[in-house]
Ligand binder design. Structure first.
Ligand code: ADP
Ligand code: ASP
Ligand code: MG
Length: 407
């Protein structure tokens, strides 16, 4: 008999949101299994469970302890994995569910955004020998001291990619509620077009800049180990999008996609003394508060003082502002202002490395549509503008059209 291939199938929260969807997923798993394949399934929490847990915790505390948050958040996946195993068994196939710890996913101690250190996968391989379908609770691991951790929001994608590596899987399939990776979020622009292929680099950039369809960290791992991913729908048989190292065409497209991130806020410190070492002091204080600072803009100094603005994740705004106020007093700077009505709209494409005039075209499109740009940042394959949140969806639409992405 031919050697069995190994497939990792990951199902997101919407794919298992209710009993009917769960049964649909169970059928798809069994279909794959009957093709003489070993199947390791990774599953997310049902529907919006994780958001609901978070909301509950924040009703009890403004600053819930991270260890307890991980205890709480990891339960969603434990429920869905057990239910899915029940659904598969009901179809007459043998299945077993495991949580992250049971399949040997060892992480560091960084609660809520833990990094995977090792995966043994031994239990999965044993279950394969017994011809079982294995269903793993995504998004979680355990530290060496037996503390439960989670892998950051969207972390089931990371579980899937890491398992594909550990099991040396032939394919890693990511099943979601859209038929693949689109030129932009199809919920915002209905003309968005499904891509046949996208590179790891572009997907990583799109994910980091707000395309929630894949967790950015999972793409980093897929890229490092060159694990091709197939993103597709759990509700249709249609081919999805392959995320690969290199495209099968000769030249890169200049703009591949448009992304939107509305989860950031901006802090401005006014009248900062303009002398060496001040920026270092400010950002040292902010980083001590465990805040992820991103885009930083410093204005030109006219009167020996300057304004510095930077963006932070909205969820970290309160602690970032507190840290900034503290350092502002210490260095004799002025007011600290916060704004959460911002959005980051970005265009992404590998072809930007070799094409000119793309930034100008982006700025002109926004200007023609009376959308004001507050801050600008670029990387090798993206251009990002911070704009007013009210203009966000319109900006995505007009950029999608201007760069002819629907064609
Ligand atoms: P899952 O629950 O399967 O993990 P997510 O909600 O995390 O699914 O991601 C799927 C959603 O990502 C889609 O419903 C879509 O609205 C959104 N999305 C954002 N940008 C894109 C894009 N460029 N292509 C496809 N989907 C996108
Ligand atoms: N349930 C987790 C979340 O909502 C992990 C995941 O869905 O990938 O972020
Ligand atoms: Mg997701």
């Amino acid at each position: 008999m031919a050697k069995k291939s190994i497939v990792v199938m990951k199902f997101g929260g919407s794919s298992v949101a209710n009993v009917e969807r769960m049964q649909n997923v169970a059928r798809r798993i069994v279909e794959t299994k009957t093709k003489n394949t070993n199947v390791a399934v990774v599953v997310s929490a049902m529907g919006d469970t994780t958001d609901e847990f978070e909301e509950l915790a924040f009703k009890l505390s403004k600053n819930p302890p991270v260890r307890e948050m991980d205890m709480l958040m990891s339960t969603g996946e434990q429920i869905s994995s057990a239910l899915l195993a029940i659904a598969v068994k009901e179809l007459g196939h043998d299945a077993v569910s495991f949580n992250g710890n049971q399949v040997g996913i060892v992480t560091d101690t960084n609660h809520s955004k833990a990094m995977i250190q090792t995966i043994s996968g031994a239990r999965i391989k044993d279950a394969f020998k017994d011809n079982k379908i294995v269903i793993v609770a995504g998004f979680q691991g355990m530290t060496e001291n037996n503390e439960i951790t989670t892998l950051g929001r969207g972390g089931s994608d990371l579980t899937a990619v890491a398992l594909a590596k550990a099991l040396d899987a032939d394919v890693c399939e990511i099943y979601t509620d859209v038929t693949g990776i689109y030129t932009t979020d199809p919920r915002i622009v209905k003309e968005a077009r499904k891509l046949k292929q996208i590179t790891f680099d572009e997907m990583l950039e799109m994910a980091s800049l707000g395309a929630q369809v894949m967790q950015a960290r999972s793409i980093e791992v897929a890229k490092r180990f060159n694990i091709p991913l197939h993103v597709r729908s759990s509700l249709s048989k249609e081919e999805g999008t392959m995320i690969v190292k290199k495209l099968e065409k000769i030249e890169d497209i200049c703009v591949t996609g448009v992304t939107l991130n509305k989860n950031e806020a901006k802090i401005t410190i006014c009248a900062v003394p303009d002398k060496p070492g001040i920026a270092a002091q400010i950002f040292d204080e902010v980083s001590k508060a465990d805040v992820n600072v991103d885009l930083i803009v410093q204005n030109v100094s006219r009167d020996k003082t300057t304004d510095i603005s930077f963006t932070v994740p909205k969820s970290e705004l309160a602690k970032a502002t507190a840290a900034t106020r503290k350092i502002s007093d210490k260095i004799g700077a002025g007011d600290v202002l916060e704004a959460s009505n911002i959005a980051r709209v970005s265009i992404v494409g590998s072809g930007m490395r070799s094409h000119h005039g793309i930034a100008a075209a982006m700025f002109k499109t926004l200007a023609d549509n009376k959308i004001n740009i507050d801050m600008i940042s670029t990387s090798e394959i993206s251009i990002q503008c911070i704009i007013n949140k009210e203009d966000a969806e319109k900006a995505v639409s007009v950029l999608h059209k201007a760069f002819e992405l629907e064609k």
